[in-house]
Design a protein around this ligand. Structure first.
Ligand code: ARG
Length: 705
């Protein structure tokens, strides 16, 4: 029976490592031994010939990788999908393989040009014939999978390869008879692993370790219950034996130097049509349009990177390049994804970047009702900081209360349809919520090259700002603070206790006194340390003048808390003359609203500290309303909290000694945020100096008039 099975092989007459197109070939150019290669190949040939018929295709000079016949094409029944090699180094093999298939009477399908697909190296039939596993990520393009499904009339499971060493599916994945699967899970992304686990029962999955994987144990030829491979550990051999397989090891080390082994050296050309099949490739495609300074701002790179990172693939269908510096470009990008789930993940990221559907593809947003208070439908669209619109009854409606990490609730009001951003906890049964990613767009300001440069200049790529650069940012911030104050705008400060410890308290107090701050957000600690400093001269027990710890000073902050608790509130303590200076003193004096959000580590707390965090979040978000600028001073917790509730368009300046905090906030990707990695006390002192300079310049100008 087995002699009806046929394999195609190609003798290694011209085999060598002549170039590098995979990591195995690196350092191996002309390092393989011809004699040993011939001997190893012949042994493999002999082992297979004993169990099946071996056909041979004539080797061609100049095409050293032709020995790897797995890459000739993908065969099912009498049909072949011919390979389209990714690398030009192998493209010359195509006509020879094509001729061989045609001579044998196969129906040969060829893919569109520029759509790479590397045959049975990247497409493996389930041995029961139920579906086709197809790999993508390195050599084969995801879009080729739809053709395979159509031409071979089969369901295709797309698997994404993640590890360069396992660049072809057959290097890390081997379906075996009886529904078994030999594979190396880390070679795949998590989505693909889930897919594999869904299709193959756990007792049928033989997952191997890296040591076996790098010996190409998955690159095995399976004939009935025989598994032929280069090398396997005793543990793996045992495992295969228990599953009823007989393992034959045959060294193929010379071919490993080119990144191939047993399976690569063969192509099974009798793949019977079994079972009931149906064409189905869950691969989805959508075309979106991006517009803006696509090249200058790097937007196109970011968009394409995100597609690939999320597991999709793309084709740029149309690119209109804006030729002048000020003119924008437009690109139509076809996005493909292995499933709807991945498509949604990709599209929501592209929407963030401002991608829109082509007008002819525009559809209304999908809505689903809330069925449990405070819980959104599973597939709800998660909002971003960017102004967003949803398409409802053919009209684009702007969302109210824009913020990130919310859901979009749609309701009918007497004034018409209203869409607003809501936190999950505020959703009410019966409300309609936008789900999926259809009919949603964000309105992005075109990011100009100037903006990007400005951003780069304030944010050091290495994360650390040089002194001169800090000065430049300070100059810019001082100027803007001045502008905002003069036109009656609003600046909100979030500050952590480090402001006090680093000696910045007096500067922040001055900013408040001089009218540069309209609201203060912080926690329990900054208020405690600020008042400790004005009442006792220490901050957490450290003498602020001499910089040394005061004996018994660790109790100071509790004394302060106790005092404020006795008076009932910070304002009352100030009014009683107990606190005579500092940040909170100035707030109380000037009537500047502040909100102190509590946390688990708070001592006391102060009577003013809001320990109900939902209330604290509400207070914060109210105080942020209408802000033109937010100065974030060394408080990761409060700054990120504030960042989360602020829509784009508000300038944010984040100062922290820890580059990670600065980066985290800049990751919002909004052009308005500026990060400064420096000591906050120093920053505030420079800022005050700069503001004083502006004031004296202003006075001189007035005197001169
Ligand atoms: N040097 C060849 C290449 O990189 C090896 C091909 C191995 N074939 C395979 N089906 N994995 O293309």
């Amino acid at each position: 029976m087995t002699d009806s099975i046929r394999f195609l092989m190609c003798a290694p007459d011209h085999y060598d490592v002549d170039y590098v197109i995979n990591p195995w070939m690196e350092g191996n150019i002309h390092k393989s031994s011809r004699d040993r290669a011939v001997e190893q190949w012949q042994k493999l040939h002999y082992i297979i010939k004993d169990r099946a018929i071996v056909d041979l295709v004539a080797p061609e000079k100049g095409w050293p990788d032709m020995v790897f016949t797995a890459n000739a094409g993908l065969v099912l029944g009498k049909t072949v999908v011919l390979s389209r090699f990714y690398h030009k180094e192998r493209q010359g093999e195509e006509p020879f393989f094509q001729k061989w298939f045609e001579d044998q009477g196969y129906t040969v399908y060829t893919l569109p040009k520029d759509l790479p697909f590397e045959g049975a190296g990247d497409a493996l039939l389930d041995r029961e014939g139920r579906w086709l596993w197809a790999g993508y990520g390195f050599r084969s393009e995801l879009d080729s999978h739809a053709y395979l499904a159509k031409w071979l009339d089969i369901e295709v499971m797309s698997l994404r390869l993640m590890d360069e060493r396992f660049y072809h599916l057959d290097t890390c994945f081997c379906p075996l008879s009886g529904g078994y699967l030999l594979y190396y899970p880390p070679a795949f992304d998590s989505y693909s692993n889930r897919l594999i686990e869904m299709r193959v029962a756990s007792e049928k999955r033989i997952a191997i370790a890296e040591a076996d994987a790098v010996n190409f144990a998955c690159n095995a030829v399976n004939i009935g219950n025989i598994v032929i491979l280069n090398k396997a550990s005793s543990g793996l051999k045992q495992r295969l034996k228990e599953a009823g397989f007989e393992v034959i090891e045959t060294p193929l080390t010379e071919f490993l130097k080119a990144g191939g082994a047993a399976k690569c050296l063969t192509l099974r050309v009798t793949e019977p049509l079994i079972g009931e099949r149906h064409a189905n490739a869950p691969v989805e495609s959508r075309t979106v349009q991006l517009e803006g300074h696509l090249l200058d701002s790097g937007l196109i790179n970011r968009a394409l990177d995100r597609i690939l990172e999320a597991g999709g693939s793309f084709q740029v269908l149309n690119f209109q390049l804006g030729e002048q510096k000020q003119s924008t470009s437009k690109a139509d990008v076809k996005v493909s994804a292995p499933s709807h789930e991945v498509m949604e993940a990709i599209l929501s990221q592209l929407i963030d970047l401002g991608a829109v559907n082509l007008p002819q593809d525009e559809r209304d947003a999908k809505l689903e009702p809330v069925v449990l208070n405070g819980v959104a439908p599973g597939d709800f669209y998660v909002t971003t900081i960017y102004p967003t619109e949803v398409r409802l009854n053919g009209q684009w409606v702007r969302i109210k209360n824009q913020r990130m990490d919310g859901a979009i609730a749609v309701s009918q009001t007497p004034e018409g349809i209203v869409a607003r951003c809501k936190l999950l906890r505020d959703l009410q049964v019966g409300e309609q919520v936008v789900v999926d990613v259809q009919g949603i767009r964000t309105v992005r300001k075109t990011e100009s090259r100037e903006h990007r440069n400005a951003q780069e200049f304030s944010f050091m790529s290495a994360g650390v700002s040089s002194e001169r650069r800090v000065e430049l940012v300070v100059e810019q911030v001082a100027w803007e603070l001045r502008q905002i104050r003069d036109r009656g705008g609003k600046v909100v400060v979030t500050a952590g206790p480090v402001v006090i410890h680093t000696g910045g308290g007096q500067h922040l107090a001055q900013l408040i006194r001089e009218g540069y701050v309209q609201a203060l957000l912080g926690g329990n600690a900054i208020a405690v340390h600020d008042m400790e400093q004005s009442m006792l001269g220490t901050s957490l027990g450290v003498d602020m003048k001499r910089g040394v710890a005061v004996r018994g000073g660790h109790r100071h902050h509790l004394k302060v808390i106790n005092t404020v608790r006795r008076y009932g509130s910070i304002a009352k303590t100030v009014e009683a003359g107990i606190v005579q200076g500092g940040v909170l003193y100035e707030c109380v004096r000037a009537g500047i609203p502040f909100s102190l959000a509590g946390s688990i580590r708070d001592d006391g707390p102060l009577p003013d500290t809001q320990m109900d965090l939902i209330k604290a979040q509400e207070e914060y978000s109210q105080l942020i309303q209408g802000a033109n600028m937010i100065l974030m001073l060394s408080s990761m917790l409060h700054s990120i909290g504030v960042g989360n509730m602020t829509a784009s368009g508000v300038k944010m300046v984040c100062v922290d000694i820890n580059p990670a905090v600065v980066t985290k906030l800049s990751d919002r990707g909004s052009v308005e945020s500026v990060g400064v990695v420096t000591d906050v006390g120093l920053f505030l002192s420079l800022l005050i100096q700069q503001l004083d300079k502006l004031t004296s310049r202003y006075q001189i100008a007035q005197v001169g008039e």
